[in-house]
Design a protein around this ligand. Structure first.
Ligand code: FES
Length: 70
């Protein structure tokens, strides 16, 4: 069982990286990225209009991620 301070990152099959745990998400200038949900889903397909967050576009474009995933 992971501790409450553990951050778990799960690559979903042909979808985002799901980040569970307490993390700060910032832009390169250090300002906070607005988080709309928890856990955080980070775009892996590169087509989200909410990058770096996933907006579900990966499903519409039929994104296929390399490698194995859940
Ligand atoms: S992974 Fe979901 S929009 Fe890119």
């Amino acid at each position: 069982m992971p501790s409450k301070d553990t951050v778990i990152i799960t690559p979903y099959r042909d979808g985002p990286l799901l980040v569970r745990g307490s993390v700060d998400l910032t832009w390169p200038d250090g300002s906070a990225v607005e988080r709309r949900r928890s856990p955080v889903a980070l775009c892996r397909c590169g087509k989200s209009k909410l990058r770096p967050l996933c907006d579900g576009t990966h499903k519409l474009i039929g994104f296929r991620a390399p490698g194995a995933g859940a």
